[in-house]
Design a protein around this ligand. Structure first.
Ligand SMILES: [Ca+2]
Length: 268
């Protein structure tokens, strides 16, 4: 299903090679490249979204804990029928950190505007209702969402987080990574030579410069420093098929501040 989604998106978006977006879930082989291993639990709202195959669960996307019983992720991460679970307080995916909380997903809410054949249309956002409520502690905290309709200025300090490869095609990092990824404003990101009309005003761009890091897992947070705190401003959506370090092709995120009323309408 993920391959179908990816190919469908590519078929619609073969404008130029540079404009083919790529999703970032593990099925597409893309996670954080570059960046550094995060201090354990320094992004305590980061979750690992996992699907069941056989008798085991496998990491596929990131996400953000936004209420004790709710997680925000990307629509394209959950638009196939699967059994999902969420791991909170996770650091190393393959070993016991002593801080993990594993909760099953009781319901998936995908934004009605999402069309898996048109990633550039936007609406790549979904909410997951958890079967029970998280216990909040130093390793598990709620993410602070961006204020409704807030627009980041150009070059705002941000980090993308996710479990990632240490180089393109290289070994997986089992530990959560973070990469420095300053925001790129819409005027710049949608200009010719950058993403052009592929990027909509309901998206946030970050990275794309020589000194920036790389993408995180799909569905995971873009954590931006605003008013002295880290707020979640983006849901990781897609990167250029030319690679996540392609010049003038920043990683593209669903802009959280455009969906605050949609989120509140579902979670109450
Ligand atoms: Ca672990």
């Amino acid at each position: 299903m993920l391959r179908f989604v990816l190919l469908s998106a590519l078929a619609l978006l073969v404008l130029t090679e540079d404009l083919e977006p790529r999703y970032l879930e593990e099925g597409a082989g893309e996670r954080v490249v570059g960046g550094e291993v995060a201090r354990p639990n320094s992004w305590p709202w980061q979750i690992s979204l996992q699907y069941k195959s056989g008798s085991s669960f496998y990491h596929t996307c990131g996400g953000t804990l936004i209420r004790r019983g709710w997680v925000m992720t990307a629509a394209h991460c959950v638009d196939s029928q699967r059994t999902w679970r969420v791991v909170l307080g996770e650091h190393n995916l393959n070993s016991n950190d002593g801080t993990e909380q594993i909760l099953s997903v009781s319901q998936v809410y995908i934004n009605n505007g999402w069309n898996s054949n048109n990633v550039a249309g936007g609406y790549d956002i979904a909410l997951l209702r958890l079967s029970s409520e998280a216990t909040l502690n130093s390793a598990v905290q709620l993410g602070t969402l961006a204020s409704a309709n807030y627009i980041l200025p150009n070059n705002n300090p941000c980090y993308v987080t996710g479990w990632g490869r240490t180089s393109t095609g290289g070994p997986l990092s089992n530990s959560l990574k973070q990469a420095w990824l300053p925001s790129v404003d819409h005027q710049t990101c949608s200009s010719s030579g950058w993403w052009g009309s592929t990027v909509k005003t309901t998206m946030v761009c970050a990275g794309g410069g020589a000194n920036s890091g790389c993408n995180g897992d799909s569905g995971g947070p873009l954590n931006c420093q605003v008013n002295g705190q880290y707020q979640v401003h983006g849901v990781t959506s897609f990167v250029s098929s030319s690679g996540c370090n392609a010049n003038r092709k920043p990683t593209v995120f669903t802009r959280v501040s455009a969906y605050i009323s949609w989120i509140n309408g579902i979670i109450g």
